[in-house]
Ligand binder design. Structure first.
Ligand SMILES: N[C@@H](CCC(=O)N[C@@H](CS)C(=O)NCC(=O)O)C(=O)O
Length: 202
């Protein structure tokens, strides 16, 4: 299996943490996306141009990050990243959607303010995305006691979202006023899978 990745992508990090927790990372080869032309995107294996994607030895390619995590989960009996069905599955998927949406908002803000040509960013859209990040954080603070002991695709996604906020938006100090979430993250981010995937300095 080959994973197209970027060392700073929170979506890639979610896949790599999941693969490590599932005991599968040793069987995955990685290669970097091509960042030379932002208009083509960074990953030719995905028509959307995004990382991550996972290509099997048969040539079959999967994306996006949730699809890859679900596929890996099915290969491993070390952990259960997703409940099989029913309300429990829908709850985990919803928490994952919240964390992924917050990550996406943060990533879009970052691209809007830093990667676009000078003067092309939109302050109003950036402000809208910041609100999604903040209300998402407030929701997680309320909900953390429901998931604090879980290791699954949702808690991995929450940790990768918070790690990305630290990486790109540390000046906005998401921990302020959210002590329960901060304490949970402190504990979760000590896991070897998280420590081994900390993004490099920008
Ligand atoms: N929904 C996708 C999001 C992936 C994504 O946005 N990846 C970013 C890196 S963090 C990317 O490849 N951006 C390059 C581009 O859009 O050109 C997933 O979960 O895999």
């Amino acid at each position: 299996m080959k994973l197209c990745y970027s060392p700073t992508s929170p979506f890639v990090r979610k896949v790599v943490v999941s693969a490590k927790e599932a005991g599968l990372f040793g069987g995955i080869e990685t290669y970097k996306g091509d960042t030379s032309d932002i208009f083509k995107g960074i990953n030719p294996a995905n028509p959307l141009g995004k990382v991550p994607s996972l290509t099997l030895d048969s040539g079959e390619t999967f994306f996006d990050s949730l699809v890859i995590c679900e596929y890996l989960d099915g290969l491993s009996d070390k952990v259960a990243l997703l409940p099989a069905s029913g309300v429990e599955r829908a709850k985990v998927m919803t928490l994952h959607a919240l964390a992924n949406g917050m990550t996406d908002a943060a990533y879009q803000r970052r691209m809007d303010s830093s990667a676009m040509p000078e003067g092309e960013g939109s302050p109003s859209w950036n402000a809208r995305l910041r609100i999604a990040m903040e209300t998402g954080l407030d929701q997680l603070e309320k909900q953390v006691s429901d998931f604090e002991n879980d290791l699954n695709i949702a808690t991995i996604a929450v940790a990768c979202a918070l790690g990305y906020f630290d990486f790109r938006f540390s000046h906005e100090n998401w921990r302020e006023g959210r002590p329960a979430l901060a304490a949970w993250y402190e504990n979760f981010s000590a896991r070897p899978s998280m420590q081994e995937t900390v993004p490099p300095e920008a």
